[in-house]
Design a protein around this ligand. Structure first.
Ligand code: AMP
Ligand code: TRP
Length: 332
């Protein structure tokens, strides 16, 4: 059976972008048709300024949301990255496989690094090396498929390059993975700024639908979404990014097609109203289940404990093999 791995960073509350781009498929498809592991990748949350208590809280919250979204611990493995040493252990070997030029070319590093420098903040070295840790997350499990939103394309491409390079130099250890993307809404945009990704750590919450937002809040945010100056509703991602974003969100909710939906609407008002209702309904079961699970943190902790034990058992032999072939003397 093929192996799937994906992860989410506990850097903020999970958003509609996380759900439509990644988490929904994990629950609806990947956990059923593959041996799937899903990780709260907490080490990645330390690459930017962070508050320790908040990261801890967000890690448990992310795990609870993943279960509320339908990840079933009987069907897949859910765990916290830092509970499994092999990720950091493999990362070092991949740092010895990657080049500094490759790292500096990563778009997310360039963007986040530039933003931090502009704000007068220092840039953590781990922000630069982060894609190597991500590659380790993926390669430690002999992953075939990585279901992600399209902002991760470059990182998965790097992961493939590192796997091929390592295998060529030292012998075949790693499976070369491929990214998979949703058919629509692979990049959900901020409702207030539809040329930027809806990201959980954006400053203002007005353009971001959080998965645990109350229905009224979701409706308000979508009704106030920025649309374009044209009167009629057209699906044009370049020219009409605001309307295109709403059409994609609606299409994702209804398993429809954004271009076809554009023909159905005479006004932005009607499109917003239907999109708001569709999102509220899509997220309703998740909200309800989250409330039940949040009342039982012992259950979530137990899922994470068992998940880490299974993940460790899978990763350990593979990472040991990488250590051996690269020239490190095995423990006698
Ligand atoms: P992150 O929140 O950056 O840890 O992302 C977790 C997963 O959600 C990754 O697969 C991302 O590609 C995906 N994702 C995050 N934001 C969006 C978005 N706005 N649209 C689509 N997918 C997203
Ligand atoms: N870098 C991913 C993001 O920002 C999160 C992530 C870390 C990930 N490790 C991963 C995703 C491994 C898929 C597989 O969204």
């Amino acid at each position: 059976m093929k192996r799937t791995f994906s992860g989410v960073k506990p850097t903020g509350h999970l958003t509609l972008g996380n759900y439509l781009g990644a988490v929904r498929r994990w629950a609806e498809v990947d956990q059923h048709d593959s041996d799937a592991l899903f990780s709260i990748v907490d080490l990645h949350a330390l690459t930017v300024e962070h508050d320790p208590a908040r990261v801890r809280r967000l890690s448990r919250q992310a795990a609870t949301i993943l279960l509320a979204a339908g990840l079933d611990p009987e069907q897949c493995t859910v765990f916290v990255q830092s509970h499994v040493d092999e990720h950091a252990r493999l990362s070092y070997l991949l740092e010895c496989t990657a080049t500094d030029g490759e790292m500096r070319r990563m778009i997310q590093y360039k963007e986040k690094g530039a933003r931090a420098r502009a704000a007068g903040e220092s840039v953590r070295l781990s922000l630069l090396t982060y894609p190597v840790l991500m590659a380790s997350d993926i390669l430690a499990y002999a992953t075939d498929e990585v279901p992600v939103g399209d902002d991760q394309a470059q990182h998965v491409e790097l992961t493939r390059d590192l796997a091929v390079r390592f295998n060529q130099r030292y012998g075949h250890v790693f499976t070369v993975p491929k990214a998979t993307y949703p058919q629509v809404a692979a990049r959900v945009m901020d409702l207030q700024e539809p040329t930027s990704k809806m990201g959980k750590s954006n400053d203002s919450g007005a353009g971001i639908v959080y998965l645990l937002d109350e229905p009224e809040v979701i409706r308000r945010k979508i009704m106030r979404a920025v649309t374009d100056s044209g009167q009629d509703v057209e699906y044009d991602r370049e020219g009409r990014p605001g309307a295109a974003n709403l059409l994609e969100i609606l299409a994702a909710c209804e398993d429809g097609n954004p271009a076809a939906l554009a023909g159905v609407y005479q006004s932005y008002g009607a499109l917003k109203k239907d999109t708001a209702e569709a999102v509220v309904e899509l997220l309703r079961p998740l909200r309800e289940r989250h409330a039940q699970l949040a009342a039982d943190p012992g259950f979530v902790d137990e899922v994470l404990r068992a998940g880490a034990a299974r993940a460790r058992g899978l990763a350990r032999p593979l990472v040991d093999r990488a250590y051996a072939v690269i020239g490190l003397l095995p423990v006698g």
